[in-house]
Design a protein around this ligand. Structure first.
Ligand code: SF4
Ligand code: SF4
Length: 437
């Protein structure tokens, strides 16, 4: 393992964009291009675009380190044109082998596969990885964390997230990992609707939370509050049998979900209209049509934007993915020609915001990094891709912020976990470690 990857491993750096893939593993593969995904294309989330302004030197330093680790000849930072302050902060710091790629304000510009295509012209085949086309990708916060890990030996102990939607004071805050979401919510003033529902992530790709009495993790990018009757909430709460019944009853085979599917547009076999038809009449589809659900990015364009009769092809894909993964099934398929209209069929964010009924919530959520010291944190042992970290502390042990709490098992994929507050170990379970101040 190279020294940069080694430091990322020691610091517990993982992909902060949502997946939580251990960064040290990514830094051990060769790539020609290192791409910073600064699109942050989910409406209402305002984390990376603000961190890029405040921590521009660390972002560029993180990119330089990542490029060095993988032997990349070029570094690209993909920002939307509207992130004027971030572009102005970063541009003067770039080395001669780095450049900014300006993205239009379209969705899903931040879907990694789409960002790679837009910024490099390279298309990742279905079921392949960015490294298969010579590209490595991380988001803004991940590379800032990498710079801190290498230059300051600083472990990942804080997380920046946006609280937005139906709250009086939308805000972007940095808190110790493990802080209760309920406590973080209080930083955004009061909730302005009678029956609030909470989305973990953005309104398009986020997941409905059962409860906000759960901790912030390394991948928590935002919490969106929406009223009970909001279309996004209603879609999340729709039982699967209703999703299937509606699909069977009203699908008019208009094909719009396929024509606007970003993955289909760039040449993947993924064909949501055919998957809906195959799910309705199980024996009609080619096996590869159904299996291609495994390549769905869950961007929600098919259901939140394309379908004129409120069918949810993505929900059907998600159910199929769970079934196929349980069966150990894999999708194999070639990259097909690019749709010549591909770029023009991606969705303008402004129109998406209107369609989603969130225009009234699309406000600034200013970055507030005043320090916050919770009395208790709960640190999940698995907040990354791979196996759970193994505790190296016991109940009653005193700990200092930044101290190692749990390590990666030998020869396994995973990430280390560190104390996000100073205090004492209050509880150790198979799922988490609780610290009290
Ligand atoms: S969610 Fe729908 S539009 Fe998005 S990749 Fe999957 S099938 Fe395509
Ligand atoms: S967009 Fe809706 S109605 Fe049209 S094919 Fe897709 S699921 Fe059926």
């Amino acid at each position: 393992m190279n020294e940069i990857a080694n430091k990322a491993r020691a610091a517990g750096v993982v992909g902060a964009g949502g997946a939580g893939f251990p960064t040290h593993v990514k830094l051990m593969s060769a790539a020609e291009i290192y791409l910073v995904n600064g699109a942050e294309c989910e409406p209402l989330l305002k984390v990376d675009q603000q961190l890029a302004v405040k921590y521009a030197p660390q972002l560029v330093r993180g990119l330089q380190l990542a490029m060095q680790a993988v032997g990349a000849r070029e570094g690209i930072i993909a920002f939307k044109a509207k992130y004027v302050e971030a572009i102005a902060a970063v541009q003067p710091l770039l080395a001669s082998n780095m450049r900014i790629h300006i993205l239009k304000d379209i969705y899903p510009a931040g879907d990694e596969v789409i960002t790679i295509w837009l910024a490099t012209g390279r298309r990742v085949p279905p079921a392949a990885l960015p490294k298969d086309v010579g590209v490595a990708v991380n988001n803004v916060l991940t590379l800032i964390n990498l710079a801190r890990a290498v230059d300051d030996n600083a472990p990942v102990v804080d997380r920046t997230l946006t609280i937005s939607g139906a709250v009086s004071d939308p805000i972007t805050v940095t808190v110790p990992i493990g802080t209760s979401l309920r406590e973080v919510m209080a930083r955004a003033g009061s909730i302005t609707v009678a029956k609030p529902y909470f989305i973990n992530g953005g309104p398009m790709m986020g997941k409905l939370l059962d409860s906000i009495d759960q901790p912030v993790t390394k991948t928590t990018g935002g919490i969106i509050v929406l009223p009970e009757d909001h279309v996004v909430v209603r879609r999340h709460r729709q039982p699967m049998q209703d999703v299937l019944a509606i699909a069977r009853a009203v699908c008019e085979q208009c094909n719009l979900c396929t024509e606007l599917c970003p993955r289909h547009l760039i040449g993947h076999e993924l064909h949501p209209a055919l998957i809906v038809r195959s799910a309705n009449y199980r024996d009609m589809g080619k096996p590869s049509v159904l299996l291609s659900a495994l390549t769905c990015s869950e961007c929600a364009i098919c259901e939140q934007w394309a379908c004129p009769v409120n069918i949810s092809p993505m929900r059907i894909n998600v159910a199929l993915k769970a079934q196929f993964r349980a069966e150990g099934a894999r999708y194999v398929g070639d990259l097909r020609p690019l749709d010549p209209m591909a770029e023009h069929r991606l969705v303008p964010t402004s129109r998406l915001v209107t369609r989603l009924g969130i225009a009234a919530y699309n406000k600034k959520a200013p970055l507030d990094e005043s320090s916050y010291s919770p009395a208790k944190v709960v640190l999940n042992l698995r907040q990354h891709v791979g196996v759970a970290a193994v505790p190296v502390v016991q109940v009653g042990d005193p700990v200092q912020r930044g101290q190692l709490l749990a390590d990666i098992p030998a020869d396994a994929l995973g990430a280390r976990l560190h104390a996000s507050i100073s205090g004492r170990v209050a509880e150790v379970t198979a799922q988490s470690i609780t610290l009290t101040a």
